[in-house]
Design a protein. Structure first.
Length: 422
């Protein structure tokens, strides 16, 4: 697969050329952003007319994309199109993606390039196996991408960045294009959208170093490669991590106050302090998000005080939502089954907070350190988690811990006390 994208921020447009080999065209049609204007369509080297219509994508209700028929191929499919993102055609309702001089985001959620899938299974199975991606931007722009950069060539007016990758299972290419101000810190580099000023840069540095040293001390020492890149994106886009290339996209407001660095602290914890999780329990999000959210609260409370950051206040909205019946009352071990992984951020974190109260912080921290070390690369599930904590916490704690896990992991007794307390 070849994908060449030229972004012209000043004109609000991107010009794309893409080529797929026969084996990479998995369905007899593909979806593309509905604003894309196809100027060239060719099968096996022959330009041919194409058929397309705007249709709702089966995975996203209310989201309309251009459905383009791909004829039978002997060899390859090639097309060229121009895309002016109007801000209304991304399938994430919270983002209004545009190509603009100050910032451009290219990602699959906006269907900036052809998508050959109809459901989450085919989404997961669609992988770029070997591909060549090239991004062309004006010389003064920078690109931060989810793929490893192979080469950058700078010409008189343009910069050409080439990416290639073979990591199977990854079918997305995300990148931001902006004129970034890059600052190197000991924990990684941060690409700021605007000039932050020396004082705030110092604040970012001091806060992150304090946070990292707290995590090392309480949850086990981790040496995280300093090749991390935190790239600012405009507010409203939602922070997220691209683990393959150690890129974290964070909203710009994150850097405005020390307390807002919570978002970076959170992503940083994901990189070093999550146990590995068995596939079958991943949907519960407990072992990534409950752990991370709980640690995040601990770190932030240590830095800024427990009045501003606590597991109880973090869980308030979720508890209200359960009271209102927006979620059925189900045990944490069944979150995956009900698609309630989102509750792990709040109720899951609250469970770990209660566990810490029960054991006392020094014991909890020691047990957690040992647990995270042991399960850094070995997949864990709920039974194993409970057994390990019971085994590691010492004889005296055995009975109260098994009771605790019954109440908080396997039944709803623990959380019910919060729900019934007004
Ligand atoms: Zn997270």
């Amino acid at each position: 697969m070849e994908l060449f994208i030229e972004v012209v921020p000043a004109e609000g447009v991107m010009h794309v050329r893409v080529k797929y080999l026969k084996d990479e065209v998995l369905t007899n049609h593909f979806y593309l952003n509905r604003d894309a204007e196809i100027s060239y369509f060719s099968c096996d080297g022959q330009e041919t007319p194409h058929e397309s219509s705007n249709e709702e994508h089966p995975m996203f209700s209310g989201y309309t994309a251009q459905k383009v028929l791909a004829p039978n191929l002997r060899d390859c499919l090639e097309l060229a199109y121009s895309l002016r993102l109007s801000g209304e055609t991304g399938c994430c309702p919270y983002v209004r993606e545009k190509i603009a001089p100050e910032f451009t985001f290219i990602r699959w959620e906006t269907f900036c390039y052809p998508m050959f899938f109809e459901d989450w299974d085919s989404y997961r199975n669609t992988a770029f196996t070997a591909c060549n991606i090239q991004l062309i931007v004006p010389k003064e722009y920078d690109v931060v991408a989810s793929k490893k950069e192979r080469d950058t060539a700078i010409g008189d007016s343009k910069k050409v960045v080439t990416y290639s990758h073979q990591d199977k299972g990854s079918n997305v290419f995300d990148c931001s294009v902006a004129s970034y101000k890059k600052v190197k810190f000991s924990f990684g580099s941060v690409c700021f959208l605007s000039d932050l000023g020396a004082e705030k840069v110092q604040m970012v540095n001091d806060t992150m170093l304090k946070a990292i040293s707290y995590m090392n001390e309480h949850f086990g020492v981790r040496h995280i490669e300093p090749n991390l890149v935190f790239a600012a994106i405009p507010d409203g886009y939602g922070s997220f991590v691209c683990p393959h290339n150690n890129v974290v996209f964070v909203e710009e407001a994150t850097f405005s106050r020390a307390e807002n660095l919570r978002a970076i602290v959170h992503e940083y914890i994901h990189l070093g302090w999550n146990p590995k999780v068995a596939d079958s329990v991943q949907r519960a999000r407990f072992f990534d998000e409950a752990f991370t959210s709980y640690f995040e609260v601990r770190v932030m409370a240590a830095l800024f005080g427990g009045e501003s950051f606590s597991a109880e206040s973090k869980a308030e909205h979720a508890i209200d939502a359960i009271r209102r019946g927006e979620y059925k009352l189900v045990p944490i071990a069944e979150y995956g089954l009900h698609g309630y992984g989102g509750l792990s951020y709040t109720i899951g974190a609250l469970c770990l907070h209660e566990l810490c109260l029960l054991l006392g912080e020094p014991v909890f921290d020691n047990v957690t350190k040992a647990f995270l070390e042991k399960y850094k690369d070995v997949p864990v599930d709920f039974d194993l988690f409970c057994r390990e904590y019971i085994g590691l916490s010492g004889k005296d704690n055995r009975r109260k811990l098994s009771r605790f896990f019954d109440d908080w992991i396997y039944t709803c007794s623990g959380i019910s006390e919060y729900i019934n307390a007004e």
